[in-house]
Design a protein around this ligand. Structure first.
Ligand SMILES: *Cc1c(COP(=O)(O)O)cnc(C)c1O
Ligand SMILES: [Zn+2]
Length: 432
């Protein structure tokens, strides 16, 4: 909401120059295209960073959003969509760190990202800015929930037509969190991988901008800002270890890319950063390939409460594994019960209510610490990517009930006594 939109706001200082195949290196025009015609590899945005003119100071003087890193993002004009996405808190953990036995734990809190309370606002802000430059008037996506929320909200702000696709069995908060922006919402009877296949066909026939299909090379670049911000917020330093969730694996690979670009640009000093990834046991194709030392993913049928991570055939899975291996990190999974414990643990110790994806990440963090795979002294950043208000049903029945009382002092005193008895019982159970 910071800049006046003018059609003439073209600039000539774009740093991105082509789309490039991640596998064979073939280059393509900067269109809405995501697959290499020669080898079917994924396309990525290529930059000429000799055109960069940034310093720490110039970044700090920029907008209080992801657009302070504009020169590292694939938009050609200053006519980008800035809804205040990014610059979410990086919190030095006190009580969670102590509970886990860590001395240097930080929480990157994208549960409070703008406008729709998940990290997806980053990728969508970039994708829709680019979609508008490419002349799209209708935008779309195949979503596990958060992406549909983001696309619908930011399309509403930008005045773009919007049709989004989700699996029909999503949480109520995720469905409502899209519908309120009045997109056309298609609830598909099937899992995410089926939704995605359908969307690939629609993208070919309707000429829409699908943020995570034909616009994917631009979209995925938005995740790099989760690397840049952490480096800047740590005082222009890289951490020793990061733990992040994996759905398609894209976010994980782009944090890595973000760190490396900041080193190459001379904004931070290079050093080894370990990359560890988190999945839910009920959808862990990347974990399985990592543990079996495979260089290919065997698709699975998801069955987990972590619906935002439930991608059975993750496009960037092998690249995520490569990074975990290269950096001496790990990729681990946790059960649905552990995910619920992870949600409660983060809430009780840090006052942050995350969704199932965050519960997954916290639970994997705990598991890695207990297995000795994170050193207590390592400067570790855990990425919390979504908000718990959207997945309330996941913890219903696993948290306590309110004390319903009459509006009378003695009714309150009785309830207070009961609550203290309950606390004592809980302690006894712990001790036994
Ligand atoms: C989409 C999503 C992720 C993972 O995204 P990928 O880039 O596909 O790995 C993580 N957390 C939340 C809350 C998400 O919505
Ligand atoms: Zn190729």
């Amino acid at each position: 909401m910071t800049q006046v939109i003018t059609k003439q706001a073209q600039t000539t200082n774009a740093t991105f120059t082509a789309l490039k195949c991640k596998e064979c290196g073939a280059e393509y025009e900067l269109e809405a295209k995501h697959v290499c015609e020669l080898c079917f590899g994924p396309l990525e945005v290529k930059y000429d960073f000799s055109r960069l003119s940034v310093t720490r100071e110039s970044i700090q003087a920029g907008p209080n959003s992801i657009w302070r890193y504009r020169q590292f993002l694939p938009v050609a004009t200053d006519n980008y969509i800035d809804v205040g996405t990014g610059m979410t808190p990086l919190v030095k953990s006190q009580r969670l760190a102590r509970r886990l036995g860590l001395k240097n734990l930080y929480i990157k809190n994208d549960a409070v990202n703008m406008p729709t309370l998940s990290f997806k606002d980053r990728v969508v802000s970039v994708a829709l800015s680019r979609a508008r430059e490419l002349g799209f008037t209708t935008v779309s996506c195949a979503s596990t929930g958060n992406l549909a929320n983001s696309t619908a909200a930011i399309a509403a702000y930008a005045g773009l037509d919007c049709c989004v696709f989700i699996p029909a069995d999503l949480e109520a908060g995720k469905i409502l969190g899209s519908l309120v922006y009045s997109p056309t919402l298609m609830a598909v009877e099937g899992n995410y991988d089926q939704v995605n296949r359908l969307c690939s066909e629609v993208a070919n026939t309707h000429g829409w901008g699908f943020v995570n299909i034909n616009l994917r090379p631009y979209y995925s670049e938005g995740s790099k800002t989760l690397g840049y911000e952490v480096a800047e917020q740590l005082g222009w330093e890289l951490p020793d270890h990061i733990v992040a969730p994996l759905a398609s694996g894209s976010l994980f690979t782009k944090i890595y890319k973000g760190f490396n670009e900041f080193v190459a640009a001379g904004l931070v000093e290079g050093k080894p950063v370990r990359f560890s990834g988190a999945q839910a046991e009920g959808c862990s194709p990347i974990v399985e390939a990592f543990k079996e030392k495979r260089d290919f993913i065997k698709p699975v049928k998801p069955n987990t409460i972590a619906k935002s991570l439930a991608i059975g055939n993750p496009a960037d899975g092998i690249y995520a594994i490569d990074i975990a291996n290269k950096t001496n990190g790990n990729i681990e999974s946790v059960t649905d019960a552990e995910i619920i414990e992870g949600i409660k643990l983060l809430a009780e110790t840090e006052g942050i209510f995350t969704e199932t994806a965050g519960g997954t990440t916290v639970a994997v963090l705990k598991k890695l610490v207990e297995a000795g795979k994170i050193d207590p002294d390592e400067k570790t950043v855990v990425y919390i990517t979504g908000n718990g208000l959207k997945t309330q049903e996941a913890i219903q029945g696993y948290i306590s009930e309110p004390f319903t009382i009459e509006a009378k002092l003695d009714s309150f005193e009785q309830a207070l006594e009961r609550s203290r008895t309950l606390d004592r019982l809980e302690w006894q159970q712990v001790i036994v």
